[in-house]
Design a protein. Structure first.
Lengths: 172, 320
């Protein structure tokens, strides 16, 4: 039963990712990417990593992708960009990426043939995740938070001249 | 993970049907209650107390022309209204109605709820994009910015509850409130969560994505017939789910004396829903920049402080 569910959601994930890459319309591609992330969430769930599954949906599908869609909407491109994409995605363009993807596929096949698969089906609860994050991986968490802070400061710095301009216009 | 009585076919069908019926009836409830608070009568012609107004509205909606504008992005335009409906309905799967009544007893129920509310934004955002209309686009942009900002401290505000209960499981959170509702130790968490959840469901006073005076209808300007009906009922489903979550997290869920647990849960949820309607009837809409500034400069620090203090108190109580 779980194996069938696994194959169904993997197939959905692969199909959605291919559609995402080959799509011409940016918003449709983003929708396929969201679908792919949701399918990966289901895969995590089937492996017993419920926490990772829910976080995948909350953070990737629910927050980051919303901001992606937001930006694409702000750019408000219509038919023109679809035509542009069509020019960019000529059949010849697919040769290089396809060769690289084939190398990866070969590697996966070798790994499957050798039989080095990871064990699955172990339930992970939130306490274990918390203990791991704030125990052995504390340094990584701190580094990630510093990176995020740097991003925040950078965004503030870029937005600052604009804030000043609007204040001047309003006479504040 | 399954306990006896949870997730039976009767439970699933019963909850699904009653939730949809309640959401549809809320259209009438809201109009009558708003009328009472504004010293009017409201719809009272169709059936006793105007109860069949919903049926009349539904017949009207079914017979309306379901029009898709020629300039719209058709597949996305059709997809958008179903998203809010589906995410909100699946959200009810983790709601602990009473001991033994519910669809699934999930260990990360609270996070599951957060995940579904964050997915429901796509409905409005995609509707705004697919309509290919300036007003809709503005509505969609506002919705995206508003929900992404308010989601941040919605998650943080309920972590205090998680700390006190020691679990993400909604049933265990309810059980942990036997000695006292979490609204008392988590008062600030409750206030922040309440504000955030109203903003998430895009109800007045946070209904900027569809502000009639400036954006015509906002994201649903181009929608008509059943598709508009989906948005409409989806909003009421959101209100019902939100008040059910407020009751579960802060007001002791099904706990209460004398009456059976399910009755307590429904009563508390009904009060929550009426509070949502009262807010709509009494509060003015803020300006857009005020909304954003309030979220990031007031609500986020309060939520973080609440988290810090709760953590410190929980740690001292734990160690002593």
């Amino acid at each position: 039963m779980e194996l069938i569910l696994f194959y169904i959601s993997s197939a959905v994930a692969v199909f959605a990712t291919v559609m995402m890459i080959s799509g011409l319309n940016a918003v449709h591609s983003l929708l396929y990417l969201i679908l792919s992330l949701l399918a990966v969430g289901v895969l995590f769930f089937l492996m017993g990593a419920h926490f990772a599954a829910v976080l995948e949906v909350i953070i990737y599908a629910g927050a980051i992708m919303v901001i992606f869609v937001f930006v694409i909407m702000m750019l408000n491109q219509g038919k023109k960009t679809v035509d542009q994409e069509r020019v960019w995605l000529r059949p010849g363009m697919w040769i290089g990426p396809s060769l690289l993807a084939l190398v990866l596929l070969g590697e996966v096949l070798v790994v499957i043939a050798v039989g080095g698969t990871a064990e699955t089906g172990q339930l992970v609860n939130s306490k274990q995740v918390g203990v791991a994050l704030y125990g052995p991986y504390l340094l990584a968490v701190e580094l990630a938070s510093m990176l995020l802070l740097a991003g925040l400061v950078g965004a503030y710095h870029l937005g600052k001249p604009m804030i000043k301009n609007t204040r001047q216009r309003r006479g504040l | 993970m399954m306990r006896a009585g949870i997730g039976s076919a009767a439970d699933i069908i019963g909850i699904l049907v009653s939730v949809i019926v309640v959401a549809a009836m809320l259209i009438w409830v809201e109009r009558r209650l708003l009328a009472v608070w504004q010293d009017r009568l409201g719809p009272n012609r169709v059936g006793p107390f105007g109860l069949f107004q919903v049926v009349a509205d539904m017949i009207k909606m079914f017979f309306k022309e379901d029009w898709i504008p020629p300039f719209a992005d058709k597949p996305v335009f059709v997809l958008a209204p179903t998203i809010v409906f589906i995410t909100m309905l699946t959200g009810f799967a983790v709601v602990p109605f009473a001991p033994g009544v519910g669809i699934i007893d999930f260990n990360f129920g609270l996070l599951y709820f957060l995940a579904l509310t964050s997915l429901s934004v796509y409905s409005v955002v995609l509707a705004g994009y697919a309509s290919n209309n300036k007003y809709s686009l503005l509505g969609g942009l506002r919705a995206a910015a508003q929900t992404v900002s308010y989601e941040v401290f919605m998650g943080i505000s309920i972590m205090g509850v998680v700390m006190l209960a020691g679990t993400f499981n909604l049933r265990e959170i309810v059980e942990a409130q036997r000695d006292g509702w979490f609204i008392f130790p988590q008062f600030f968490g409750f206030i922040v969560f309440l504000v955030a959840i109203i903003a998430e469901s895009r109800r007045a006073p946070f209904d900027l994505p569809e502000a009639e005076q400036e954006l015509i209808g906002g994201f649903h300007t181009e929608y008509s017939g059943m598709k508009f009906g989906m948005f409409f009922v989806g909003e009421y489903l959101g209100i019902t789910l939100s008040s059910a979550m407020i009751v579960t997290l802060f007001f002791g869920g099904w706990l209460g004396p004398w009456l059976p647990p399910l009755v307590w849960f429904c009563l508390k949820t009904a009060v929550g829903i009426m509070f949502f309607i009262l807010l709509r009837g009494s509060l003015p809409r803020p300006r857009y920049d005020q909304l954003m500034a309030f979220g990031w400069k007031v609500m986020l620090p309060v939520a973080l402080l609440n988290l810090l203090v709760t953590g410190a108190v929980a740690l001292t109580l734990h160690s002593s």
